[in-house]
Ligand binder design. Structure first.
Ligand code: ADP
Length: 419
């Protein structure tokens, strides 16, 4: 784990002008590729973009150079290889091609690193084979990540490809938090355990929260609530994750946009035996037709809050179930940590939704938690405190930046190898 985005630079010295300090960050999903080009000399963002609807008739490419105009095109992108070629052509048009000597590495978000990958890793054939071995525990994500790595490598074989794993930050979880209470032999034979996800975000946000408190990560205990379309909570003691709400897959834990989060596992047997659903249908139900969407038909918190304002009962129920689950995790992680210095809200909902933040800590004064309504209502992109100044536990809004964290980790690895 890096200590800071510029953690490997000697104080007072920067990289030489023109040095290879740039990192292209790729986040390959099954039908989309998100990318950002960052310069680690000053943590600046040179370009950001997205290729979506890969494999469909009309794919869309959106490319925004820093300080330039957003370019949007409909292109034929039958596969990830074409997507990477299309995005590298956009970058090249701005003078940032994949063959640029300023490019130090490509950083890949890889969802599942199992127990093996606890750190960012330079990809070679052995690493690729291991990521492939993890496909059974991440069937929706790892195949696209692998394709992204293979394609980027083929486009410039000399460029280091660095895998940064969503699970890595959680590999410090103690065994009693990572184990499910099921037969050990069966669990081990099939690698069934709690891995956790969104680790790059939890790492970044917990570290930034410590900075906001004027402390080192080792000195504070933080509960991070990453509330995006996917959502997860983590308990971070002294900079190390000790528990997190996602498990074997990103389905466990909090209520999400379309995912159920925690349910009694017997719900699955019941739906198969009594409702006659196939296992795949239950999988789709719990991953795509549950959560906020399953409860009220909308997965966007903005729309749900608008409906709540209009007195819509289903939207109110969805909001209440969502908040109730959040509170349970705040309580659980307060107990896990014993002492909590800060609770940090992050990602789309956590950063933008004052009503969710207020409701999540409402009634938790007994745990030392409260928000100041005025501070909570303020809109800003900066990390900020929203608890009253005299509150025993700090409540903060800390915008996440997974791409910057991936770039920082990838760059730290290659810069270190060079030095
Ligand atoms: P992901 O990266 O998981 O797709 P994000 O972190 O971008 O998700 O979060 C997306 C979600 O953030 C949206 O689905 C929406 O519910 C929520 N969101 C964004 N802006 C607001 C807002 N102003 N108020 C409430 N929710 C918001």
């Amino acid at each position: 784990m890096t200590d800071a985005p510029d953690g490997n630079r000697a104080p007072g010295t920067g990289p030489a002008p023109g040095a290879a300090t740039r990192v292209l960050v790729l986040n390959c999903g099954s039908s989309s590729v998100k990318y950002q080009l960052l310069d680690m000399a000053d943590d600046s963002r040179l370009a950001a973009g997205l290729v979506e609807r890969i494999g469909e008739d009309a794919s869309r490419l959106v490319h925004t150079p820093a300080g330039g105009r957003r370019r949007e095109r409909t292109v034929a992108v039958p596969d990830h290889e074409s997507a990477l070629k299309a995005l590298s052509a956009e970058l090249a048009a701005d003078g940032h091609g994949l063959d640029s000597p300023r490019l130090a590495a490509v950083g890949h978000r890889v969802v599942h690193g199992g127990l093996r990958f606890t750190e960012p890793t330079v990809v070679d054939d052995g690493v690729l084979a291991e990521i492939e071995r993890l496909v059974p525990v991440a069937p929706l994500h790892n195949p696209a990540n692998i394709t992204g790595i293979r394609t980027a490598r083929a486009l410039n074989p000399r460029l280091p490809q660095i895998a940064v794993f969503d699970t890595a930050f959680h590999t410090t979880m103690p065994e009693h938090a990572a184990r499910y209470a099921i037969d050990v032999a069966t669990a081990d034979a099939h690698r069934v355990r709690r891995y956790g996800f969104h680790g790059t975000s939890h790492a970044y946000v917990s570290r930034r929260t410590a900075e906001l408190l004027g402390k080192r990560p080792q000195e504070v205990n933080v509960i991070v609530l990453h509330l995006g379309n996917g959502a997860s909570a983590s308990a971070v003691r002294g900079g190390r994750c000790v528990d997190t709400s996602m498990g074997l897959t990103p389905l466990e834990g909090l209520v999400m946009g379309t995912r159920s989060g925690d349910v009694d596992p017997a719900v699955v047997f019941h739906l198969v035996r009594v409702a006659g659903l196939s296992v795949d249908e239950v999988d789709t139900l719990l991953n795509q037709r549950s959560g906020l969407a399953g409860l009220c038909g909308d997965n966007d918190m903005r729309e749900i809050l608008r409906r709540v304002d209009e007195g819509d009962e289903r939207a109110q129920l969805a909001f209440d179930v969502y908040v109730h689950r959040l509170k349970k995790y705040i309580g659980a992680y307060s107990a896990v940590l014993g002492t909590v210095d800060a609770v940090a809200f992050t990602a789309g909902v956590g950063e933008n939704s004052a009503p969710v933040r207020a409701a999540a800590v409402d009634g938790l004064a007994g745990l030392g938690l409260a928000v100041d309504p005025g501070l909570n209502a303020e809109r800003s992109d900066a990390p900020r405190l929203i608890s009253p100044p005299d509150a025993p536990v700090t409540v903060a809004v800390v915008p996440t930046d997974e791409e910057l964290e991936i770039a920082a980790q990838a760059y730290a690895l290659v810069a270190h190898a060079d030095g």
